[in-house]
Design a protein around this ligand. Structure first.
Ligand code: 2AM
Ligand code: CA
Ligand code: CA
Ligand code: CA
Length: 257
């Protein structure tokens, strides 16, 4: 299948799932915890994943799905075409705020990001990329990221990590400002859109970052783990995603990583 047709299909699934999520928000839905009391999952997360699972197995029987809510267990490699899905990224925001959450899809071919789709469901912002054809925000092409000095940068990280990391504290002192949205997919998409200049996280799964990293590739952004190593998209890892000039400037501060 042509990659643009695959992109259009992925966008149509994401839009349909987003309509479902907005509808469910009118009612009460079940909320459970997973590994600890702050690790939330709702019936809506599970149903969105099931929706993708059914669509992909029916229409793309040769493709595989790696999703947060269970459809990851059999995925041990990225051979062929793999859809890496976070049905709701930012579940805590979904439950507490009713906004600032996203559906994130990265479609990989033999380990390489082919398509990225991140949809900010309540703000109706759609970030889409196709390998070699650029990235778009609601049909507006996103420009390549430009050089910027660190003292004009806006960076995002979880404040809990900053408390424990002297190097990040030094970054905080030098940048123009810090933000923390609690939704990795949107934070990476914001780096791709030039709204943020860097996003650092100490613990993310492939589904948190797959769609965002596909977008970043198309605007000249950089994404590695915190130690500067290549991402595998198969295991939980750290993340350092940034505008390329800001990446280099922050890297100099990360002396004890
Ligand atoms: P989630 O909402 O899909 O769980 C919050 O800072 C960001 O980190 C969100 O993108 C959230 O995704 C992700 N996240 C939350 N808990 C996590 C965990 N235990 N491991 C990895 N990522 C997590
Ligand atoms: Ca989760
Ligand atoms: Ca997530
Ligand atoms: Ca999730």
């Amino acid at each position: 299948m042509d990659k643009n047709m695959l992109k259009d299909t992925a966008v149509s699934y994401v839009k349909e799932a987003a309509d479902y999520i907005r509808e469910q928000m009118k009612y009460t839905y079940g909320i459970d915890t997973k590994e600890d009391k702050d690790d939330l999952v709702t019936d809506v997360d599970r149903n969105v994943e099931k929706f993708f699972k059914d669509k992909i197995s029916k229409n793309f029987s040769e493709h595989r799905l790696m999703g947060e809510e269970g459809s990851f267990e059999n995925i041990k490699d990225l051979d062929g075409v793999v859809w890496i899905l976070d049905p709701i990224d930012g579940t805590i925001n979904f439950v507490h705020m009713g906004t600032n959450f996203a559906i994130s899809v990265g479609i990989f071919e033999d380990g390489v990001p082919l398509i990225g789709v991140i949809y900010d469901v309540m703000n109706r912002e759609l970030f889409v990329s196709v390998k070699g054809e650029g990235a778009y925000l609601n049909d507006q092409r996103l420009p390549l990221l430009k050089e910027r000095p660190l003292d004009e940068a806006l960076v995002s990280f979880n404040t809990g990590w900053v408390l424990k990391d002297k190097d990040l504290q030094s970054v905080v002192e030098q940048v123009r400002g810090t933000r923390s949205y609690g939704v990795a997919a949107i934070e990476i998409a914001y780096v791709a859109a030039g709204r943020l200049d860097a996003y650092i996280s100490k613990k993310l799964a492939p589904w948190d970052i797959a769609g965002g990293c596909a977008l970043l590739n198309e605007v000249g952004g950089v994404a590695t783990n915190y130690r500067g190593e290549k991402l595998t998209f198969l295991d939980v890892d750290t993340l350092f995603a940034a505008n390329p000039s800001i990446y280099k400037q922050i890297e100099k501060e990360l002396k004890s990583r």
